[in-house]
Design a protein around this ligand. Structure first.
Ligand code: SRM
Ligand code: SF4
Length: 562
């Protein structure tokens, strides 16, 4: 039988380990774009070609090519960077990007609006402060998540170190990035990719490390998860999870979000071997014909969990022990000051939907620059698109808090639901967006807050997440309320997450416009306010009240209506 591989597989195979014709594309001054094949290869180097969707029609009417620019995503394991690095990130965003920095749901930052001619200088500038964008995007392991807010500094440091080591271990080994962007010497002789091979993975691959009881990294939504098991400060090992993922295609019942399965427990020294084995099983068994079905979650569904585990054990040379018991209690960021065991302080700031910019109404970018100018610890980007000023000595607390207050970076004064909520980028840069998210969600939330207030539930945090399409970049399928873009001004309403990221929500109403959505939420909040049990979360209520059924097997019944 003649099985057709996806065209992306041929592009990767022909790219000479991710070089493609990027040099030629970059040298072509007649267009602001890359060649079509290079737009695929560029993702492995950390950037996407985009065009400003607000300007599409205007450009077409003027017979001009779309207004092309690039989004670049850095690699920043665990979201950690130094004040010196932040100052460079900030300067580059102002000088070579669109004047803003976007903190992402995977603890790194993106620049938007980079013109083709500015890509190379930009990559060189961030490289000077030891930041790269290798594998920021593309069919490889992406930025590795790690709980960013330490209470136990020793345990946290150890787990973060594993996040860094996994990220390094799973980096592509090709020298293409260094040659093309950093003017490195071409490699003499042949190259190889010991982990990935020359066609890399069938699809993107995501890894996260969680430190219970906080599930701020939404560990179950990743292809590969490590849940730290500790006794006091001592890291005993990890429970390993595999097969999580969010992306769905509207009305395609063969696609579904999925929470990861537990494979078992391993001691720390087996971490890299297991990570590599999971990646290699996905490399060899993942679907290379349909990108829609190529993530590890579908590979596990096809192979069966038991066969998958046996294959991972064989390749890693390990035997999983039974998973240890863990308890997660929260999914979001812990705002404000937290003190760790060494008496150092960590301040989680609020950055609405992760957009760091100076606008007529706000001066977040200037505020963070001012903090970076005096801060002696480091910064940590959170999986909730916020920023932690970490490792502040007692003597500097008041100064840093003063600057944060002046620039409206503190959480105080915001509703608990707003603080628990996130939205993806969507329009105008995201080519996949069907509806608004980042630009629209803050205003919509204002009306939702008024409704919550009217029903007396305004002190209750509800984890709410909005995306402009079903790809799930703000992880909306593990929110108590998910709003998933379907068309201009229209959203699917998902209900029933548990607020800690251990339960998928389910479609409640399809394709609502703003009026319908607000009316539906008004009615739901009224019932919730009247019938909830003491301390009962909104998502739990939605399930108990039978508004939606819990998802038992996503492959079987995710798309079923209540
Ligand atoms: Fe995402 C594609 C933005 C986290 C699932 N995502 C995109 C693209 C690159 C659009 C595209 O294909 O051209 C978006 C760029 C928009 C822009 O203009 O910046 C985009 N994704 C983002 C970010 C910036 C959202 C945010 O507001 O923070 C996040 C960057 C993460 C990072 O730093 O690496 C982001 N994306 C996620 C997550 C959440 C996570 O990983 O924890 C998911 C769901 C988890 C998952 O992968 O299953 C996610 N993004 C997707 C998908 C669907 C994948 C799938 O399996 O179906 C796509 C589309 C694709 O891959 O074809 C996508
Ligand atoms: Fe774009 Fe969709 Fe991701 Fe939002 S969820 S950033 S609209 S791909």
């Amino acid at each position: 039988m003649d099985i057709k591989v996806n065209p992306n597989e041929l592009i990767k195979a022909d790219s000479h380990y991710l070089r493609g014709t990027l040099r030629e594309s970059m040298a072509d001054q007649a267009s602001g774009a890359l060649s079509p094949d290079d737009t695929q290869i560029s993702k492995f180097h950390g950037f996407y070609q985009q065009d400003d969707r607000d300007r599409r029609l205007d450009r077409r009417q003027q017979f001009l090519e779309p207004y092309y620019s690039f989004m670049l995503r850095a690699r920043l394991p665990g979201g950690v960077c130094t004040p010196r690095q932040w100052l460079a990130i900030d300067a580059v965003g102002r000088e070579l990007g669109n004047g803003s920095i976007r903190l992402t749901t995977r603890q790194t930052f993106q620049y938007h609006g980079i013109l083709k001619r500015n890509l190379k200088p930009l990559i060189q500038r961030i490289n000077r402060v030891m930041i790269d964008s290798i594998g920021g995007c593309g069919d490889v392991n992406r930025n590795v998540l790690c709980n960013p807010n330490p209470l136990s500094s020793t345990l946290h440091a150890e787990v973060y170190d594993w996040a860094r080591r996994i990220s390094e271990h799973l980096l592509p080994k090709t020298r293409a990035y260094h040659e093309i962007w950093l003017d490195g010497e071409p490699v003499a002789g042949g190259e190889s990719e010991p982990v990935y091979g020359e066609t890399y993975l069938p699809r993107k691959f995501k890894t996260a490390l969680a430190i219970p009881p906080h599930n701020d990294v939404d560990v179950y939504t990743n292809d590969l998860g490590f849940v730290a098991i500790a006794e006091g400060d001592e890291l005993l090992g990890f429970n390993i999870l595999a097969g999580g993922g969010m992306g769905v295609t509207h009305d395609d019942y063969s696609t579904f979000p999925r929470l990861a399965d537990e494979l078992g427990f391993i001691p720390p020294q087996q971490t890299l071997a297991v990570a590599e084995a999971v990646v290699s099983v996905q490399r060899d068994f993942g679907d290379r014909t349909s990108r829609r079905h190529a993530r590890l979650k579908y590979t596990i569904e096809r192979m069966g969990l038991a066969t998958f585990i046996t294959e991972v054990e064989r390749r890693a040379g390990v035997r999983f022990k039974p998973s240890r018991r863990v308890r997660f209690t929260s999914q979001g960021d812990r705002y404000g000051w937290v003190e760790d065991e060494r008496g150092r302080w960590h301040l989680t700031l609020y950055v609405e939907n992760g957009r760091v910019a100076d606008t007529p109404d706000a001066s977040l970018m200037s505020g963070l620059r001012e903090i970076a100018g005096i801060h002696q610890g480091d910064f940590r980007i959170t999986p909730g698109q916020n920023l932690i000023v970490a490792g502040v000595p007692e003597g500097q607390k008041a100064i840093i808090e003063g600057i944060a207050r002046r620039h409206d970076l503190l959480a105080e004064g915001r509703s608990p639901t707003r603080l628990a909520s996130i939205a993806c980028v969507a329009l105008p840069t995201c080519p996949q967006a069907m509806a608004e998210a980042e630009r629209y969600f803050p205003d919509l939330l204002e009306t939702i807050e008024e409704i919550a207030d009217r029903h007396g539930i305004d002190r209750q945090a509800i984890v709410m997440r909005m995306t402009g399409c079903p790809n799930g970049c703000a992880r909306p399928y593990v929110a108590e309320i998910g709003l998933v873009g379907r068309g201009p001004g229209r959203y699917n309403l998902q209900l029933g997450g548990d607020g800690i990221g251990l339960r998928l929500n389910r479609l409640y109403r399809k394709n609502l416009n703003e009026r319908e959505l607000l009316r539906t939420l008004d009615e739901l909040f009224r019932i919730y306010a009247g019938e909830r049990l003491p301390q009962e979360r909104f998502g739990d209520f939605a399930v108990r009240r039978g508004l939606v059924k819990p998802v038992i097997d996503p492959a079987e019944d995710y798309h079923e209506f209540p």
